[in-house]
Write a protein that binds this ligand. Structure first.
Ligand SMILES: *Cc1c(COP(=O)(O)O)cnc(C)c1O
Length: 463
């Protein structure tokens, strides 16, 4: 009886030549659509054998469309980062300013003079496109750029300290996360770590005693993602630079975040700048492009011309170099730093970090009612003060006063809370919040597209 229904199923060719079939072939190509139709028909056949009626051609083609949509959905997608951590490494760190995106599109669309000297008609150097601007902003003699700051540290150490010793304070042997640990990186760079001082206290004499004929350079690592307080002592950059130079050694600082501007002028906590590190005597300073700088993923190396020259000449530079899109974006981001007065308008990271609680509260008020309507009977919605953090290991102790919408399940069950947060992650543009104290919190500091946020709430599929 059931098997007889199989003869009612349309053929592959019949479906392929339907109006929907023709449209899908234009978008996906014939073979892909044929494969999707076969898979859909196979499912239908099994259902018919199980006793279900044979679906009509239209219904089958809707399934084929849905299947192709699912297959071509990009895995990497935008999300709303409402976690309260502004520079979230797992959520892509810094969003780029419009000018940087436009420049990337331009350079991506056509051939460019990436490594071509338009004056001589000969091979050029890709660093020329950003080096002058970095030098102008930081006051360093020279600069180069690699894939990320981890690469910048690796390349610097491999160039300047291979097969030699590098003293580092025990208080600065940091792990950044994602398997970046200073001792491991030093091993991979081919240099020998010499631990000096203790976790909480390191003196200049500790470094002095560690210097031998083997020593390549002295290094300072910015303890970006943690803070040691209490009975502590560390050596300042200028003291360490003075000691290094007295022994004809280079002094290298890994700044991590490496902001290029005094953040206190935007009402933010103080963070050492790359310019200061250079002024204090560092010969090489490395920092990230996509942390506080607010640009694309990159590692920026600035410092003395001869040392930068050696770093550029290391064959590993070729393996760690940035692509043209990064250079295009970085150039536009750095350009914004020439006008500090408008930086907090155009650079999304700084705009978010310096946003006033009043402005964040206004956004909270906009989304509160739509959320309450959607969550009626499932959870309560309230506007509450909260604290954001900068993230990506920048200023780990500092918190920025902010404002959140806080959703608490009416039945106070953990499973309901989990389902609510999952429903938000399943939205067309997934919303990532924070679970805290029996509530699902959305820190609205980083929400600018509130109309889009509200609009997609109709897709929220709640328990
Ligand atoms: C973040 C950080 C790094 C790694 O930088 P990436 O750009 O993430 O590769 C290295 N050192 C310090 C001190 C950092 O804070």
């Amino acid at each position: 009886m059931a098997r007889a229904g199989l003869s009612h199923l349309p053929s592959v060719d019949h479906l392929l030549l339907s109006a929907t079939g023709v449209e899908l072939v234009k978008d996906h190509g014939r073979q892909t659509v044929v494969d999707a139709i076969r898979l859909t028909l196979q499912n239908a056949r099994e259902n018919v054998i199980d006793g279900q009626p044979a679906p009509v051609a239209n219904a089958l083609m809707q399934q084929v469309s849905a299947l192709l949509r699912e297959q071509t959905k990009p895995s990497l997608r935008p999300v709303f980062n409402l976690t309260g951590t502004v520079l979230h490494t797992n959520l892509g760190r810094a969003p780029l300013p419009a000018s940087a995106i436009a420049r990337m599109v331009e350079v991506a669309s056509r051939p460019s003079n990436l490594e071509y000297d338009l004056g001589t008609g000969e091979r050029g150097d890709r660093d020329v496109h950003i080096e002058a601007l970095i030098v102008e902003i930081t006051g360093a003699e020279a600069a180069t750029v690699v894939n990320n700051n981890a690469a910048a540290v690796l390349l610097t150490l491999n160039t300047l300290a291979q097969n030699r010793a590098v003293p580092v304070s025990r208080g600065e042997l940091v792990e950044i996360g994602g398997a970046f640990r200073i001792p491991d990186i030093m091993g991979r760079a081919g240099c020998r770590l010499v631990e000096v001082g203790t976790t909480n206290r390191t003196h200049l004499d500790d470094y002095r005693r560690a210097i031998t004929d083997e020593t390549a350079l002295l290094m300072k690592v910015h303890t970006s993602n943690y803070h040691i307080s209490g009975f502590t002592k560390s050596v300042t950059e200028d003291q360490l630079a003075e000691l290094a130079h007295a022994h004809q050694l280079a002094m290298v600082t890994d700044l991590g975040s490496g902001t290029l501007i005094d953040l206190t002028r935007y009402g933010l906590p103080y963070e050492p700048t790359a310019q200061e590190a250079i002024r204090q005597g560092a010969d090489i300073v490395t920092f990230s492009g996509d942390k506080l700088l607010g640009g694309p993923q990159a590692g920026i190396i600035i410092g003395k011309r001869d040392l930068i020259g050696r770093i550029k000449a290391n064959p590993m530079k070729r393996a760690l170099r940035v692509d043209k899109l990064t250079l295009a974006a970085l150039f536009e981001v750095l350009k914004l730093y020439r006008d500090p007065d408008s930086l907090a308008i155009h650079l999304p990271t700084l705009r978010w970090l310096s946003r006033s609680v009043g402005s964040i509260r206004e956004t909270a008020i906009q989304v509160e009612q739509p959320l309450r309507r959607r969550l009626d009977g499932i959870g309560t919605v309230a506007i509450e003060p909260c604290l954001s953090q900068i993230g990506s290991g920048s200023l780990p102790v500092e918190r920025l006063p902010s404002c959140a919408v806080v959703i608490r399940p009416t039945d106070a069950r953990d499973s309901t809370l989990t389902s609510i947060s999952l429903a938000f992650r399943r939205l067309p543009i997934p919303v990532i919040g924070r679970l805290h104290d029996g509530a699902f919190m959305l820190d609205l500091r980083t929400l600018e597209e509130s109309a889009e946020f509200i609009h997609q709430l109709s897709h929220l599929s709640l328990p």
